[in-house]
Ligand binder design. Sequence first.
Ligand code: HEC
Ligand SMILES: [Cu+2]
Length: 315
Amino acid sequence: MYHWIPFWPETAAVNAVVVNNLYIAELGLGALIMLTVVLMMLTFCIRYRKSGTASRANLTTDTWRFEILWTVATLAAFLVLFVWGAQIYIWLFKPPPADEEVYVVGKQWMWKVEHAGGQREIDALHVPVNKTIRLVMASEDVIHSFFVPAFRIKHDVVPGTLETVWFKATKTGVFKLECTQYCGLQHATMQGEVDVMTAPDYAHWLVDQGVSESLAGQGGALFRAHGCSGCHGENSTVHAPSLTGLYGTLVHLQDGSVRVADDAYLRDCILNPRSFTVAGYPPIMPDFSGQLSEEDLLKLIAYIKSLGGMQEHAR
Ligand code: HEC
Ligand SMILES: [Cu+2]
């Protein structure tokens, strides 16, 4: 639609269309105001030049009416843009129900990607077209930023928590993926590709990876290997909460506060169990920080999510 504008980046996701529209409106309004001011300036310069013959008899000294009008009009126009932009921001950062969830780990200096089926890739992300994809992102070291220009999505990946971002690609093709947060010497090489495929191609691609264990399945194995099942398992005699159906629900904590059991909450439970306790349980959950890699954590979280819950609340 805007491809006649020089250097206009490719538009390949629903997110990008929305950002384009706002950008064009901002640019248009800015240009309109600038043109008005410049044209008036030039007109006055020429009309009232020293040798000009324009009459200066009826000079207006009362300009406040005009000034208030001008200020209110521009203020109103830019406030509209502000409200519009804020709405888009909220829309971009609150994922709609996802068709597919993919886990991304940023690391100096690569993007590691894990699909729910257990397929793994590095510096590449294969996704189906016209599907809402939700990325759950972790960093193993420093802050990185996940940027796909053609989708107009950019989101910081911050160590110590999980961030989510979503997109819905509207075109098949290969699009650039970049890190836009300076993250060390090789930052410039921290690039990859998003490969948007038709649904059948994507289904083939998933099968071709030859993976036998899903991410949740691998998480289940870790859950047993690290002794979580000893306390949280169905047959456990320890007084620990059941994790079945936990994801997305509201959890009441000992200190009276309430948290949504989203991805970041589950991560906190495993790494900072000392910082809060679920109401009605003894604070005996061991601290697993330093024992699990970010990828292991994502697998454990995928496993806990596979035990059911209210997906739609955890966004
Ligand atoms: C020694 C027993 C024990 C072990 C081992 C254990 N937990 Fe826990 N866990 C608890 C208890 C007790 C609580 C509730 C009290 C609290 O929040 O500290 C809890 C809370 C949780 C919660 C929050 C549950 C809720 O209802 O909000 C999660 C998630 C969790 N554990 C995951 C794990 C995972 C994953 C592992 C293994 C890496 C693990 N736990 C290992 C005892 C244990
Ligand atoms: Cu980076």
